[in-house]
Design a binder for this molecule. Structure first.
Ligand SMILES: C[S@@+](CC[C@H](N)C(=O)[O-])C[C@H]1O[C@@H](n2cnc3c(N)ncnc32)[C@H](O)[C@@H]1O
Length: 266
């Protein structure tokens, strides 16, 4: 039986919560930062309870320049689960307001904060309470005062309309069960002239049949991924223009690629 969007989000969140929990529990003072009342989890849901997917979707040394990440603590770099470097797709400018969809432990937010400087602002949104808790602790550790992490779903962003200059995201939108809604929300929160620059996993061939019910493969950024041309069409359907994509090899499975995608809100 097909899972509902809420069930998919719960299981994805449980998977990432389990992956990050050892890092989180190594710092017991992080626990009170979890805002359970606002989370996707409830007493009835299976969220935050299952084992992590047995996948390795990151190679941080391949994605980031050494000079960018040497100052970051292991509680940031050890939980970097991206497939690209969205802050490197196009330069972020001093003073810009940046939003990271699915910010995880915060790595791209901290890199963005350096680029936008003290006059800029960076928001990270993630639905996994453990991720948000760890990211908040990491912000204090690295002294990133212009960065704020909010618990929420990227399909329902806790961000004001027209308030963001640049949206970044790293290996997250493929995990959403409702990607058109994610792109509509991205369009809503961007200011006119704002841009979307995301790294994500896409299929460069038709999506193999029967994958979508495999939640381990979903959490591994495989089963939820869609064909590149459909991804770009969904971005355009949300109202974006000048939608471009550059793909590079990705080791997750044959036929998958890592895509750097840029689009603009007119
Ligand atoms: C593959 S990890 C990437 C994390 C981060 N971008 C990085 O590069 O390390 C995916 C993250 O997206 C979050 N996520 C997945 N689906 C989401 C959704 N629908 N709404 C909010 N966060 C979501 C997960 O909780 C997880 O932290």
């Amino acid at each position: 039986m097909a899972l509902s969007p809420d069930e998919i989000r719960s299981q994805v969140s449980a998977s990432y919560g389990a992956r990050v929990r050892p890092t989180l529990e190594a710092s017991s003072d992080l626990i009170p930062l979890i805002d359970a009342s606002a989370s996707c989890c409830s007493a009835e849901s299976s969220c935050c309870g299952s084992d992590a997917a047995d996948v390795d979707i990151t190679n941080i040394a391949r994605l980031y320049a050494d000079t960018d990440i040497t100052d970051l603590p292991a509680t940031v770099t050890d939980v970097a689960f991206g497939c690209g470097n969205p802050t490197a797709i196009a330069a972020l400018q001093p003073g810009e307001v940046v939003l990271d969809l699915g910010s995880g432990g915060g790595i791209d937010c901290f890199l963005a904060a350096k680029m936008v400087g003290p006059d800029g602002r960076v928001y990270g949104v993630d639905m996994t309470p453990e991720m948000v808790a760890l990211a908040r602790k990491n912000a204090a550790t690295v002294g990133a005062t212009g960065v704020e992490f909010r618990l929420g779903e990227i399909e329902h962003l806790p961000i004001d309309s027209g308030s963001v200059d640049v949206i970044i995201s790293n290996c997250v939108i493929n995990l959403s069960p409702d990607k058109p809604q994610v792109f509509r929300e991205a369009f809503r929160v961007l200011r006119p002239g704002g841009r979307l620059q995301v790294s994500d996993i896409v299929w460069t061939q038709p999506v193999p049949a029967g994958l979508e019910a495999d939640m381990d493969q979903w959490a591994a950024c495989i089963a939820g991924a869609i064909e590149e041309r459909d991804y770009l069409a969904q971005i355009a359907a949300a109202g974006f223009t000048d939608v471009t994509s550059v793909t590079s090899e990705y080791s997750g499975a044959r036929g998958l690629a890592s895509a750097d995608i840029v689009a603009f809100k007119p």
